[in-house]
Design a protein around this ligand. Structure first.
Ligand code: ZN
Length: 323
């Protein structure tokens, strides 16, 4: 985890793809080691969501490093942007997979037979009734229901074999979060990171440099260190007005409307047009928008990235691909 922290800072270091790979291949397996033993499926007796809280915190920290998002970005958004499911669902999925694998094996059958004997003994002590047929356990019932639902899905709808349950649960949680957020916004459009059915995760960040990926996250979450945002975060001594005099220096204002950037904006408009949705929700749009934002020095935190790019350009190398 520390090496992940050291390897990727918001504007330099390992790319989004590499950092994500490091997390899923090295850090997460350590965090969830033995999860098959210490977690049970939700709605089964003994399930405790609280068990995963400490590792969920570590994961959240890692997701911030991978995406480059500000601390104010909410966790469900981080999980969506990095395509990393919440830990409490991920550990349950591991448990479910293991339970399915164990079903019908001699050791499981032996354990189940012994459990039945113990249950019968207990019942005998409590009542004088002859024990009837032993019911299947709740876990077995749940596993079978999930397996039947999964088998009934049309071929095209299965996201990844075996991961359908996890995807379905995650989607349900995400839909609840977004509808709550929509209500809170009272009809105001949500940032791109809150919209569904668009390209994100590794596919979106493919071959992008660290600064470019971080900038894409800032644009998509609209948590960007511009004056309107800084005022909202109660940074002392900051007022929301733009240097051009407009009442709020928001991302949209800087990229589309600010008269001070009219000249340089032509490049951006030529590349992707001025449709906000195209700019913030497509790879093509974000590719152009992130480069423009870095070259325009809109944010101080990217000055190093810009200098580096300029140096490389002078030396004849191209750090960022052509527009
Ligand atoms: Zn302005």
């Amino acid at each position: 985890m520390q090496s992940l922290q050291r390897m990727c800072k918001s504007t330099w270091g390992a790319s989004f793809q590499k950092a994500k790979h490091l997390y899923t291949a090295v850090v997460r397996p350590v965090l969830t080691f033995g999860a098959k033993v210490w977690t049970t499926l939700e709605s089964i007796q003994g399930y405790r969501k609280g068990l995963t809280i400490p590792i969920e915190r570590v994961q959240n920290q890692a997701l911030r490093h991978i995406s480059g998002a500000y601390k104010s970005v909410s966790i469900p958004v981080l999980q969506q942007e990095t395509e990393t499911p919440p830990i409490h669902l991920y550990t349950q999925e591991l448990t479910r997979q293991q339970a399915l694998k164990d079903e019908g094996t001699p050791s499981t059958e032996y354990i189940q037979a012994r459990c039945k004997v113990v249950a019968r003994e207990c019942r005998k002590k409590r009542t004088r009734h002859q024990p009837g047929q032993v019911q299947p356990t709740k876990q077995t019932q749940i596993l079978h229901t999930i397996a039947t639902q999964e088998a009934a899905l049309p071929q095209g709808q299965r996201p990844r074999p075996g991961h359908w349950w996890l995807q379905q649960k995650w989607e349900k949680e995400w839909t609840e979060t977004t509808s709550m957020r929509e209500k809170a916004q009272q009809g105001q459009p949500l940032p791109a990171a809150w919209t569904q059915g668009i390209q994100k995760g590794k596919k979106l960040h493919k071959d992008w440099s660290r600064p470019q990926s971080t900038m894409a996250t800032l644009i998509r979450t609209e948590h960007v260190g511009l004056r309107a945002y800084l005022t909202r975060q109660r940074v002392p001594g900051i007022t929301p007005e733009c240097t051009c005099g407009y009442r709020a220096q928001t991302l949209k204002h800087v990229m589309i409307f600010c008269p001070e950037r009219q000249e340089s904006r032509r490049r951006l408009i030529q590349a992707v047009g001025s449709d906000w949705k195209t700019i913030t929700q497509t790879r093509r749009g974000l590719n152009a928008a992130t480069k423009w934002m870095i070259q325009e020095s809109v944010l101080d935190q990217f000055s190093l990235a810009r200098e580096e790019e300029e140096r490389e350009r002078k030396e004849g190398r191209r750090s960022l691909k052509a527009w």
